[in-house]
Design a binder for this molecule. Sequence first.
Ligand code: 5GP
Length: 120
Amino acid sequence: VTRPYDDQNIFAKILRGEIPNRTVYEDDHALAFHDINPQAPHHILVIPKGAYVSWDDFSAKASDAEIAGFIRAVGHVAREAGMVEPGYRLLANIGADGGQEVPHLHIHIFAGKPLGLMIA
Ligand code: 5GP
């Protein structure tokens, strides 16, 4: 069971414009911005605009248009940033054991160097 959405989480504040961010891309369904504490030469976060805690409630509750828009936005950001040929990594941390710190669904995009194996 997914916990209720906390509209005071940091990404909700970013979506409302209450906290500044370095925006990479924005459309009706998604916002992409630079991670404040990059773990690779390029580290971008992509979030859906809707209030979804994690992959769990997004996949269960979001409309097909929201899901398609979000997935397409992730691909768009990686393409526009020139990451396709050298390659990149997508990561979603989900829940406590997944190491999720911010309770608004986000996909990490890492790129800019050979990333090696990273599972923990
Ligand atoms: P998680 O561990 O939840 O998957 O990742 C949360 C990410 O959000 C971390 O990589 C962290 O650096 C990033 N982050 C936390 N607070 C802020 C913020 O205020 N602005 C930005 N741009 N990134 C943040």
